[in-house]
Design a protein around this ligand. Structure first.
Ligand code: ADP
Length: 616
């Protein structure tokens, strides 16, 4: 520092502390220094690009807009040069030499300590440049502002107490940053390593990044173009590039939003197939978050709720700065706003698909339904929209075909007030369930809930289109829609037989009733009014939930031959021992169908006793 024109400037007191904080806390991966430097260069190029449009006197008016990175593995040096706007003496002392805003240090310290929501404030300071001190002990900036009468300047600092600035002879506009790498950061002088980082973070920077002679970033920022200017092929390539998927996506959504709260551009995709790790959210990648074309998060799970995390793609906003920690970004209010908007847009996207491209929507639903459906249980704000979007098999329609509530309602009987559903573990089980007999006979459609998430979630939807949802294995359902039939309710014989059922089964059942819903089967078990769905109860038990066994109502079909025979036998001899055996066997058969037989051994023994009696 002997030369006369070198001036030494003192860092403000907080600078040293701030540097310490940045290097040790805000950034967890030293490689991000490169992202920050490319981002700064990209900003500088953006500024000059704009000025070129408005100011003819600009230095090097027709100079190529690009970023050049030069590495020397032997000398362990790194340099990055751009032909951007450059910096004046004021810029160097203001922007680089001081912390952008007073209070930044305190603020960052607080964020670090409390790790809490920093709100919109994070946008108010710039500290990215200093991340370079994670990989070097001394930095040189050579820069010249794009104003014609500017001078070349050299800034040197070790990021501790002070920095120096001197005038130099620099012919061209722009900024060159050079440094020697620390021993533990020499990897950043290796071409492959640097290439890898650039590809990861800056593939879509809008300016060429040259590593030596080679252009490293090849993919354009498609999401910044207008949708109609992007070819399908290009878009698909982009999708495959960012997701490493081999197949083209099923659908895409191109968004450009200018809001008062938040503005962003996005290019989102639904893969054509659900990846194997989809339900294990920790592994599955979702959306990449960019700040002005520079990636800040490779997998930003905070942008979409869990049930929509099958969506892949890019979200790019200038409302989130590059230079704060991941935790801070995740907790910011900007993120929350973007998430709200994105959820609405994605649901709208799916709605349009479901209306305009029904087959495609069903393909989507078959792939991603298991994840998507869980939204009904977690996103109460959008419940109505989600209710429109779920699909089911139903009793009157072909197996494997899926329908909406809307479809169901359009096919409802004239005097039908409720929407009926039946839970089961397979279509076959549902179809052969005795509780369905009445509905089959009267051609009343019943929705089948065949998957765990439906069985849990659908019963919590009170109504669709003002029509209440009712499980058909509930005691209180309205069975007067179909053809009325005289079920001999006042038949005294039937009544005394029902009483015998009651005294025989005692505590095993809540009640015994003459059934109106059975056609072919002799008995069925139904849940008492307001009781929990039996299938749901079973699943909760399987999941280890400690819930008391709910007693159910046994309904008896008094027109069934077996029941008629029992009545006759009862009339002949009320204490006939076979009666009790048959009653218990009928009751346990209903439980066997539901898969919760109390004892197989007792059941079989009783059956053999009855057979013995019958073959006497
Ligand atoms: P931020 O980029 O968030 O403002 P930085 O600490 O990274 O924070 O940079 C501080 C400022 O230094 C920038 O806002 C910009 O004015 C200036 N600067 C940094 N790098 C360059 C560059 N390559 N060309 C021109 N100006 C730059």
């Amino acid at each position: 520092m002997t030369e006369e024109n070198i001036k030494t400037y003192e860092y403000k007191a907080e600078m040293k502390q701030l540097l310490h904080l940045i290097v040790h806390s805000l950034y967890t991966h030293p490689e991000v220094f490169l992202r920050e430097l490319i981002s700064n260069s990209s900003d500088a190029l953006n500024k000059v690009r704009y000025q070129q449009l408005t100011d003819d006197t600009l230095l090097d008016k027709d100079k190529e807009l690009d970023i050049k990175i030069t590495l020397d593995e032997k000398a362990k040096t790194f340099s990055i040069e751009d032909s951007g706007i450059g910096m004046s003496l004021d810029d160097l002392t203001e922007a680089i030499g001081t912390v952008a805003r007073s209070g930044t240090l305190e603020f960052l310290q607080k964020i670090k300590e409390e790790n809490k929501n920093s709100g919109d404030l994070i946008g108010q300071f710039g500290v990215g440049f200093y991340s370079v001190f994670m990989v070097t002990d001394e930095v040189t900036i050579e820069t010249r502002h794009a104003n014609k009468d500017s001078k070349g300047l050299r800034w040197v600092s070790s990021g501790e107490g002070n920095y120096t600035i001197e005038e130099i002879d620099k012919k061209t506009r722009g900024t060159k940053i050079t440094f020697t790498l620390k021993e533990n950061a020499v990897e950043f002088a290796e071409k492959f390593r640097v290439q890898e980082i650039i590809k990861k973070y800056s593939s879509f920077a809008d300016f060429p990044i040259l590593l030596g002679e080679e252009k490293v970033n090849t993919v354009e920022a498609l999401w910044r173009k207008r949708e109609k200017d992007v070819k399908d092929e290009e878009r698909n390539e982009f999708y495959k590039f960012i997701t490493k998927d081999f197949e083209d996506p099923m659908a895409h959504l191109h968004l450009s939003l200018e809001g008062t709260d938040v503005s962003f551009k996005a290019l989102l995709f639904i893969p054509s197939k659900a990846p194997y790790d989809l339900m294990q959210n920790r592994l599955h990648k979702t959306v990449q978050l960019y700040s002005n074309k520079i990636m800040i998060m490779e997998d930003c799970k905070e942008l979409l709720p869990e049930y929509l995390q099958f969506v892949r793609g890019v979200v790019d906003t200038s409302d989130i700065p590059l230079n704060v920690s991941r935790e801070t970004v995740q907790a910011s209010a900007v993120m929350a706003k973007m998430k709200d908007v994105l959820v609405k847009k994605v649901l709208q996207w799916l709605k349009e698909m479901s209306e305009q491209e029904t087959d495609k929507y069903i393909t989507f639903y078959k792939q991603f339904g298991p994840m998507f459906k869980t939204g009904l249980n977690s996103d109460f704000m959008n419940r109505d929209k989600l209710t429109e979007l779920i699909r089911f098999e139903t009793s009157t329609q072909e197996a494997g075909k899926l329908f909406s509530f809307k479809d169901y309602v359009s096919r409802m009987k004239e005097n039908q007030k409720d929407i009926y559903y039946l839970s089961g573990d397979s279509r076959e089980f549902a179809e052969r369930n005795p509780n369905l007999e009445y509905f089959k006979k009267n051609d009343i459609e019943v929705i089948f809930l065949l998957e765990a998430v439906e069985i849990f979630v659908v019963p919590t939807i009170p109504a669709y289109d003002e029509k209440p949802l009712k499980a058909i294995d509930k005691g209180d359902i309205d069975l007067d829609i179909g053809n009325k039939e005289d079920k001999k309710e006042d038949d005294n014989l039937s009544k005394s037989l029902i009483d015998l059922f009651k005294t025989t089964l005692k505590e095993k059942v809540e009640d015994v009733k003459i059934s109106k819903r059975l056609v072919d089967s002799a008995v069925t078990l139904v849940v008492k009014d307001g009781g929990m769905d039996h299938q749901m109860e079973k699943m909760m038990k399987m999941m280890g939930q400690n819930i008391p066994e709910a007693k159910r109502i046994l309904e008896v079909n008094v027109d069934h031959p077996v029941v008629k025979n029992l009545s006759r036998r009862y009339l002949a001899n009320a204490t006939d021992g076979l009666l009790e055996k048959c009653i218990v066997q009928l009751y346990e058969s209903a439980r066997l169908i539901d898969g919760d037989l109390p004892s197989r051994i007792d059941y079989v023994k009783r059956m053999i006793d009855i057979m013995e009696e019958a073959t006497k």
